[in-house]
Design a protein around this ligand. Structure first.
Ligand SMILES: *Cc1c(COP(=O)(O)O)cnc(C)c1O
Length: 439
């Protein structure tokens, strides 16, 4: 398998390079040179396959032999070990629940798969792979759980003291083993600077094998295409056009859906659902992409002012046989944005109408699907529910005016003892610690 950089298609890399490096040097993003179409026979008989079997077939088609069959099977078994069920709301609307993994968010799929691939590609190396991550909350939990007990890999997660929720902190600080949490006396930006400086430090990189678990690593994107097929398998086979509605921030999830479509998934259309951070819906409307600082909202995992996967979206719609990139993208994706007040209303409405408790991110998706289906009533719509509502307990309970159920695996965290390395917001302190920890 070969990948190119969205900045320059001449800059290519192997899967191993792309996974271990994360980003090409020219600051573009890696994309597969070929996104092969799956066999029509496989798609026609999808119902006969289990979720891991589907994941294996999709991954094998993309990887094109880059990972031997037995190894890839093992990677899939470890990474795709929880379900992605579709729940029916009514004739027109369905929910794809992506929160059944360890950190209760869809990011578990990407994080687990990336952990397995990194571990596989580090086999035979003398030194362990050391992953450095800065988190403002959610990503850290998925990465910590994803890499937990992965052979040959150790993870240090930096988070700003007092600035993540209690449960988010527990997700980072209670695993132990190969996961070390570092509580930084500073802001998220300090954590990010410390990690960035570590990657640039010659002395550190001479003695340690450092890498990042970046959200734009191609190994996080590929597994996200698996569950679009898994959703299709569970839907009624009635010939109505299928539409996926994706609550979006950095647009990784939506990009993965488009890749599934390129591989032959019979998806008719995609909906980009955002909160007030609406640069992509705005681009679809006006043709002008104007990134800007993000604003804080209720659906805060989508508070992104300059979506990193926009370059991949452009790449996917560029160079199609006819029309401009913008026109092509408009044909494939509709964009909608909603305020927090609308999000609260949508969340309450889903509870009233369907007895379904959704989280604020999924609620934005619900509103967008509702808006789209007003003018496209004959469609079958799937909302991607990106996190479990109990991850946003105070907000959801506040909106609904009652207590909601908290899954056991989240509830037990409150009892666990936090363990974190205390660190000032200083690179030199972090560097000395790293030399000790990694050496
Ligand atoms: C990360 C995240 C999103 C946004 O996903 P992208 O792939 O960045 O668009 C949406 N919802 C939740 C709950 C998330 O954690």
């Amino acid at each position: 398998m070969k990948l190119y950089s969205t900045q320059n298609k001449e800059h290519t890399a192997s899967l191993k390079e792309a996974v271990l490096k994360g980003l090409p040097e020219d600051k573009g993003l890696y994309m597969p040179v070929q996104v092969p179409r799956l066999k029509p026979d496989f798609l026609a008989n999808l119902r006969r396959y289990s979720f891991p079997e589907i994941a294996y077939t999709v991954a094998d088609a993309i990887f094109q032999g880059a990972i031997p069959e037995d190894n890839l099977k093992k990677i899939i078994t470890e990474a795709v070990n929880f379900p992605a069920p579709v729940v029916r709301l009514d004739e027109q609307k369905y929910v794809l629940e992506l929160f059944h993994g360890p950190s209760l968010a869809f990011k578990d799929f990407g994080a687990r798969f990336m952990a397995q691939l990194m571990s596989y590609f580090n086999q035979g190396e003398e030194k362990e792979l050391l992953i450095l991550v800065a988190t403002s909350g959610d990503t850290g939990g998925a990465v910590a759980a994803g890499f937990y007990q992965t052979p040959g890999v150790r993870v240090a997660i930096l988070y700003p003291s007092g600035k993540v929720s209690m449960l988010q902190e527990k997700q980072l600080t209670t695993l132990g083993h190969n996961i070390t949490a570092i509580e930084v006396d500073g802001a998220f930006d300090d954590c990010q600077d410390m990690v960035k400086q570590a990657f640039l430090d010659t002395e550190l990189n001479r003695s340690l094998r450092l890498t990042s678990a970046n959200s734009i690593n191609i190994s996080r994107l590929i597994p996200q295409s698996f569950y679009y097929f898994e959703a299709f398998k569970q839907l009624p086979d009635d010939g109505r056009p299928l539409v996926f509605c994706v609550p979006s921030g950095n647009f990784g999830n939506l990009t993965a859906g488009l890749m599934a479509q390129r591989m032959g998934l019979p998806a008719h259309h995609f909906i980009a659902a955002t909160n007030a951070n609406d640069v992509v819906p705005e681009y679809l409307e006006s043709g002008v992409f104007a990134p800007r600082p993000s604003v804080r909202t209720l659906s805060n995992a989508m508070d992104v002012g300059n979506p990193s996967n926009f370059a991949r979206l452009l790449d996917l719609f560029d160079g199609l046989p006819e029309g401009s990139t913008w026109n092509n993208m408009k044909k494939g994706i509709s964009g909608y944005a909603f305020t927090d007040a609308q999000t609260r209303e949508g969340l309450a409405e889903m509870d009233r109408k369907y007895g379904y408790v959704i989280d604020p991110h999924g609620a934005v998706g619900y509103l967008a699907l509702e808006a789209y289906q007003k003018s496209h009533p004959g469609t079958k719509g799937v909302i991607l529910e990106t996190a479990h509502p109990s991850k946003f307990l105070e907000d959801v309970e506040g909106i609904l005016g009652r207590a909601i159920e908290v899954p056991e695996r989240l509830a037990v965290l409150a009892q666990r003892r936090k363990e974190a390395v205390q660190m000032p917001a200083s690179f030199s302190a972090f560097k000395s610690w790293l030399m000790e920890w990694g050496g």
